[in-house]
Design a protein around this ligand. Sequence first.
Ligand code: SF4
Length: 326
Amino acid sequence: MRKRVLSGMQPSGLLHLGNWLGALENFKALQADYDCFFFVADWHALSTNYEHTDKIKDYSRELLVDWLAAGIDPQRSTVFIQSHVPEHAILHLLLSMIIPIPWLERNPTYKEKQEQLAERDLSTYGFLGYPVLQAADILLYKPEFVPVGKDQLPHLELTREIARRFNSLYRPVFPEPKDKLTEFPRVLGTDGRKMSKSYGNTINLSDAEPVVRRKLKTMVTDPARVRRHDPGNPEVCPVFDFHKIFSTRETIAQVDRDCRTAAIGCIDCKTLVADRMVERLTPIWEGRAALTATPGRVEEIVRDGARRAAAVARQTLEDVKGAMKI
Ligand code: SF4
């Protein structure tokens, strides 16, 4: 039996290079050694977007297409949509009966997100309780590991606290999931800030080649390099960060040298990295095209995924109900 790993992603927009190089490449690698459950967390998207739900279905589908095109293998991994497995909602309800409200109010992202998204009214029951839904998502599958970045460690700790509280109130049902700390590479957007949908500076996996090239062409560089013959500093240039990700060691060394002596211009430098990026993205574009050309394929995969996920989730829920004597 391979150890189980579970991870989800919210369908809150189109996947970009940051998501791909961070989460998705990690998902792909995990498949070799673990029994993976990957789900689209569409109910979580409601917690901050309950007023604008018109895109959630489309984004969920796009997310799945990107996952599959980027190498998530539905034969090896269980790929599903959260709302297709209603056991998530049932466990969320049952857990919500035992969670003290102060646990949720002290969740660091609760206040932080309310401040970040000040234009939205997030004083809702669903937003406060989203860590309980998250705990239900995880605990239903009793995974050995949950891949997380450092900033998500407090969330996983809350899931463990919820598991402990349930186990001590009734009887041990939930093993405590361990974190699988994941390093995410720094991926900057076209404006030099962290790549993020909310900054509008992304290069998306669904962008066609000309769009990728155009976005790179207009990308900011070392601001001190005003004229072609001005020497530059690659360390302060986000294009050079892309070289570090996509180019060969020789090219990186050459760009590093040539930028500092102005032997290369920014346009040529960007073309070099665009070529490498296009090379890496081409298999994903081909995968996306193949999925789009086969109507019903994505739906078939998630139907099968939901069936496999529900088989596990139902069993856990039976244990939970047994322990709670309901
Ligand atoms: S030559 Fe390349 S690394 Fe140097 S400033 Fe221009 S784009 Fe950036």
